[in-house]
Ligand binder design. Structure first.
Ligand code: ASP
Length: 467
């Protein structure tokens, strides 16, 4: 018999069907047994009575057993109907049960919200945690968000292109995770903090509209809204100005989140300068929602623009605030080229904020080698040092690079806003613990002596002792 999905059962009233899934809850009541059975589509109550051979099997079933169940879809008696609940008006009268796999008692209750369970215990058994209703919903909202963003862009002629994971260090402002090279002992790859340089090179390559659902990996201090790994809807466009990118992304966000049933506080999204934002909120990200908006799960998007290009480091030198490859605002280009008025130079950077989070950020880029060189010069580099750091960009940009700009949206932070979650771990399938330990698997962990030898690495004794 063909498997019927649980959510489809009410279309089969009076028929005999087969469902497959997990026992959510089992209740043995002597001559009868009740179950809540779950598959990816929903829940249904099943009942066994008057069939001793089926009842015998039913009594052995426990939570999380995997079963194939045959039964008749019955309408519930009027007084038993559960209003507003999917399948609240039907139950399955079970005629046969096949146990596809047994299950030990789970380490925590999977029928409840698991957010209160100790993080290490939850993550050790993450595949079970992901079975819970809330985590199933979170992962599906994430999948929908990404799918709709991608579709929106693909319908507008964007080309999806993957960029390398083993690469050279990128100046994104965080520390790199590095990977030793077996063939080049003593040399290391870096995992990408973002595809920034590659996507700009793809503009050089003439693709004009690029998108990638890209992993970004940064060795940063872990916080609720920040992990070592996150995913970006990464976009780059040629022959555009700041408003073109912002309008494209605003259109994508509006269509995506409204089609997922959400309400946006203000359209078009308000645009706030960095100076206004600092004066009003004391920060460059802010929450414009009222208490009522919060209750109604409203999404309050805004753009922040006109950021300073540079800020002072602890050592008193200049560094970039957002992105060294950005174009200054046109009126400051001359200052940048002359290395003057540095503290007042504004960049073309735009950040998308939503409900207090930075939901994305991007800029129009410097598409001429001399502008990139001028930025690096402000940051204290000689021409040779700049050449060493980003010579590949300077080289590529000598051959007719179109004006271009882009943005990256943080998938986790956007999905946190859509689900009401306050930690990015709740919207990632296999996140790290707050201490940087992987879910389920044991990493980081020491390498064997043989692995170290092969890689030409040695670990200092005191570091080894710590492990
Ligand atoms: N690469 C930037 C980031 O990851 C985003 C961008 O400017 O496109 O924050």
């Amino acid at each position: 018999m063909k498997r019927t999905l649980i959510a489809e059962l009410s279309k089969h009233k009076g028929e005999t069907v087969e469902i497959k899934g997990w026992i959510n809850v089992a209740r043995d009541q002597g001559k009868m047994a009740f179950f809540d059975i779950r598959d990816r589509s929903g829940f249904v109550q099943g009942v066994v009575f008057g069939k001793p051979e089926v009842l015998e099997i039913a009594k052995t079933l426990k939570s999380e057993f995997v079963v194939a169940i045959t039964g008749v879809v019955n309408e519930r008696p009027a007084k038993m109907i559960k209003e507003g609940v999917v399948n609240g008006d039907i139950e399955l009268e079970i005629t046969a049960i096949e146990i596809l796999n047994a299950a030990d008692t789970p380490p925590y209750d999977l029928t409840e919200d698991t957010s209160g369970i100790d993080e290490e215990v939850r993550l050790k058994h993450r595949s079970l945690d992901l079975r819970t209703e809330r985590m199933q919903r979170n992962m599906r909202v994430r999948s929908e968000f990404v799918r709709r963003c991608r579709n929106y862009l693909m319908e507008r002629d964007f080309c999806e292109i993957e960029t390398p994971l083993l690469t050279e260090s990128t100046p994104e402002g965080s520390r790199d995770f590095v990977v030793p090279s077996r063939h080049n002992p003593g040399k290391f790859y870096a995992l990408p903090q973002s595809p920034q340089q590659y996507k700009q090179l793809l503009m050089n390559a003439g693709f004009e509209r690029y998108v990638q659902i890209a992993r970004a990996i940064r060795d940063e201090d872990l916080r609720a809204d920040r992990g070592y790994e996150h995913t970006q809807v990464d976009v780059e466009m040629s022959f555009v100005e700041r408003d073109d990118v912002m309008n494209m992304i605003e259109g994508m966000i509006i269509e995506t989140v409204e089609s997922m049933g959400h309400t946006i506080k203000q359209k078009p999204f308000p645009r706030v300068t960095y100076a206004e934002s600092m004066a009003k909120y004391g920060a460059d990200k802010f929450d414009m929602r009222t208490e009522e908006d919060k209750e109604n799960k409203v999404l309050a998007y805004a753009w922040v623009i006109d950021f300073p290009f540079f800020e002072k480091t602890d050592k008193g030198t200049w560094t970039f605030t957002h992105n060294p490859f950005s174009m200054p605002k046109a009126e400051f280009l001359e200052d940048l080229m002359k290395g003057e008025n540095i503290e007042n130079i504004l960049t073309s950077q735009y950040d998308l904020v939503c409900n207090g989070y930075e939901a994305g950020g991007g800029s129009i880029r410097a598409h001429k080698p001399e502008i990139i060189k001028a930025v690096y010069k402000v940051m204290g580099n000689t021409d040779e040092e700049t050449e060493e750091k980003v010579g590949h960009m300077l080289e590529a940009f000598r051959y007719g690079t179109p004006p271009h700009g882009g943005i990256a949206l943080g998938v986790e932070r956007n999905v946190m806003n859509l689900t009401g979650e306050e930690s990015l771990r709740e919207v990632q399938a296999f996140p790290m613990t707050r201490k940087g330990q992987t879910a389920v698997m044991t990493a980081p962990k020491p390498l064997t002596i043989d692995q170290l030898l092969e890689l030409g690495l040695s670990v200092r004794k005191q570091d080894n002792d710590k492990n």
